[in-house]
Design a binder for this molecule. Sequence first.
Ligand code: ADP
Ligand code: MG
Ligand code: MG
Length: 252
Amino acid sequence: MATLEIHDLHVSVEAENGAREILKGVDLTVKQGETHAIMGPNGSGKSTLAYSLAGHPKYTITSGTVTLDGEDVLEMSVDERARAGVFLAMQYPVEVPGVSVSNFLRTSATAIRGEAPKLRTWVKEVKAAMEQLQMDPAFAERNVNEGFSGGEKKRHEILQLELLKPKIAILDETDSGLDVDALRVVSEGVNRVREGGEVGTLLITHYTRILRYIKPDFVHVFANGRIAESGGAELADQLEAEGYDKYVKGGA
Ligand code: ADP
Ligand code: MG
Ligand code: MG
């Protein structure tokens, strides 16, 4: 069973007036099959955590450890992390000019599985996954993220999730900018992947809305660059009612 362990993680970014510490000692363990919601106010460092786990070069790990089944994730390149089974769906995904969705997915799958998926079964796999996400087949021929609407970007991410079958999936604000119908389709996709029991999910969100569709096993309140409180799903209800004020104002 895969386990991602984050211990006392400190991360800085280079700002105009020197390095600035954003993550100030994050501790978190995510096991395959579990869903953890990370909730917190804007600017608390949630995306920084996601990018740091994925290996974004802008974020400097100043101390702490991240391991996947005991293997040092921080020593791995971005590609190695993906191959080890760490998947990040970004809050602001980038365009990949000249690369179609279908080629992008096949290249990613090849990198992660270590061999190219058999073309015939692959085409069927992609088609089935796209149908479930209510995506137009023509979408496969479009260039990655080029002119995608908010909903299309998110569906494309969940499509990757379904096809690439990571061990640890980090979903950063997958709910942002989705209307209710798109949110339902995207959530159903996440739940399908979850039902396999093989993915550990880190669901990063500002709002409790998506948690009506995706039930977390654990909820963590993120404030000022660290986890201020952890609990079960009931903690999300409490946040819905009370907001983040008590955490932001130096409370917890
Ligand atoms: P959240 O996702 O919780 O809204 P972020 O991780 O995006 O928070 O940002 C946390 C803080 O770090 C913010 O003050 C933000 O301005 C700063 N920050 C994040 N990334 C960068 C960066 N690449 N360069 C400079 N500052 C950054
Ligand atoms: Mg933000
Ligand atoms: Mg963010």
